[in-house]
Design a protein around this ligand. Structure first.
Ligand SMILES: Cc1cc2nc3c(=O)[nH]c(=O)nc-3n(C[C@H](O)[C@H](O)[C@H](O)COP(=O)(O)OP(=O)(O)OC[C@H]3O[C@@H](n4cnc5c(N)ncnc54)[C@H](O)[C@@H]3O)c2cc1C
Length: 388
């Protein structure tokens, strides 16, 4: 019988999924997940449990204190977390990116933080977006200068996940002028401690991904030791660029998790809810909507799996990971919409997880990179002129 579970997985991968399911079942049962979402809280007990089980360290080099694992393992974990609380999966992706960036020969003493980040003892945030730049990231305004033995950072970051919990934020800033008109040159990534006078963190409240801990960070001559530079000065975009494919398939895994959970709930509602003396799932119009959703989910999963295989094989994966991100996000937006229609009033009830999936699926359309930018990349890959 058709179901929403992944197909043809190794027993090890299935065990990994089961581990996440049982950990979250204990530390973040469904009613607690909805409460955490409503309160916009951080699911700290679940985070600690993920750290203790070594799951926050996935993607980090084992010799440096990470847990190793494959890209496919991390995608499976993010999918399982997203089924329960999509906002927590957003934070998980941030942590996974830190693992990869610190382990990938970043060549800075901050790489020594990996064990603490992997255990959950140290929480970090990634400050790229700003009030005036998101998609056009290279136009950022935050800057840093050297003053004796430290960096002095000035600027503002917006929509930064987990910043209210984090000890440190990896802040993308301009340290040097753009070389030969290339805006990607001269940008650096500096680990800025958040508990200091020059930093103010303000929580922002959103209609979706409410428990991801989204914040605004004001950097008013914030300081950081010179050693807190990650990788080479002025070359942040090459460090970030190396992890782009993985970030996109992790985002795709997050979409799969939301889509799968929403479709499971949708189908059970079709079986349970009655109208005109029969389950509403007996009406052809409603069956067709669910059929479109299982086809969407299955097609997305196949593309995500193909992108993961391509990355794991070390092939150039820019287009595959971009397509996986795009297709999974758009499919999930359709899946949650169909789920909401089928559940009608009960889908909007606070007690129903469908309203959470519906709101959270919006983020997937524009973050970590907007689907429109993905379309631009794919257009260029087909030999069409750059449109921006
Ligand atoms: C819950 C949440 C968590 C987040 N976490 C983080 C985080 O931890 N760290 C961080 O740095 N950021 C984070 N972000 C920010 C996120 O990465 C940005 O929202 C995203 O990059 C899009 O930027 P924007 O919202 O400024 O949209 P804009 O860049 O203003 O885009 C607006 C619209 O214009 C379109 N557009 C722009 N340029 C083009 C173009 N050339 N061609 C076609 N269309 C275009 C976009 O697709 C979009 O539809 C988070 C956001 C949210 C909501």
């Amino acid at each position: 019988m058709l179901n929403t579970r992944p197909f043809q997985e190794s027993p090890e991968r299935a065990d990994l999924r089961e581990l996440v399911e049982s950990l979250l079942g204990r530390h973040l049962p469904a009613d607690r997940a909805l409460a955490v979402d409503r309160e916009g809280a951080f699911a700290s007990a679940a985070w600690a449990a993920l750290g203790e089980a070594g799951l926050l360290g996935l993607g980090g080099d084992e010799t440096s204190g990470g847990s190793g694992g494959t890209v496919g393992d991390a995608v499976a974990v993010v999918e399982e977390i997203a089924r329960v609380l999509p906002s927590l999966a957003v934070d998980y992706v941030v942590c996974g990116m830190a693992m990869r960036m610190l382990g990938d020969g970043a060549g800075s003493p901050v790489a020594g933080w990996m064990p603490e980040i992997a255990s959950g003892a140290k929480v970090c945030a990634f400050g790229l977006s700003e009030p005036d730049v998101g998609t056009d990231l290279l136009g950022l305004r935050t800057s840093a200068r050297v003053d004796g033995d430290r960096w002095v950072v000035k600027g503002q970051k917006l929509w930064i996940s987990l910043a209210h919990e984090a000890e440190v934020a990896f802040v993308l800033c301009r340290t040097d002028p753009a070389e030969e008109g290339r805006r990607s040159r001269g940008l650096s990534l500096i680990a800025v401690p958040l508990d200091q006078e020059g930093v103010t963190v303000r929580r922002v409240h959103l209609a979706g991904m409410r428990a991801a801990g989204t914040c605004e960070i004001f950097l008013d001559d914030a300081v950081a030791p010179l050693d807190n530079l990650v990788g080479a000065r002025g070359r942040a975009m090459s460090i970030l660029g190396k992890t782009l494919d993985v970030e996109r398939v992790l985002a795709a895994g997050l979409s799969l998790g939301i889509g799968r959970a929403a479709l499971d709930l949708h189908v059970s509602h079709l079986k349970e809810r009655e109208a005109f003396g029969r389950p509403i799932g007996a009406f052809q119009a409603l069956q067709h909507a669910a059929a479109d959703s299982i086809a969407d989910l299955t097609a997305s999963r196949a593309l995500v799996d193909a992108a993961v295989r391509s990355i794991e094989a070390g092939e150039p994966s820019l287009e595959m990971s971009a397509m996986a991100k795009l297709v999974a996000a758009e499919s999930t937006a359709r899946i949650v919409d169909r789920g909401m229609r089928a559940m009608a009033a009960s889908g909007l009830a606070e007690e129903s997880a469908m309203q959470m999936y519906f709101r959270d699926a919006r983020l997937q359309l524009f973050s970590p990179v907007s689907n429109d930018m993905i379309r631009n990349i794919l257009g260029e890959s087909m030999g069409l002129p750059r449109s921006y």
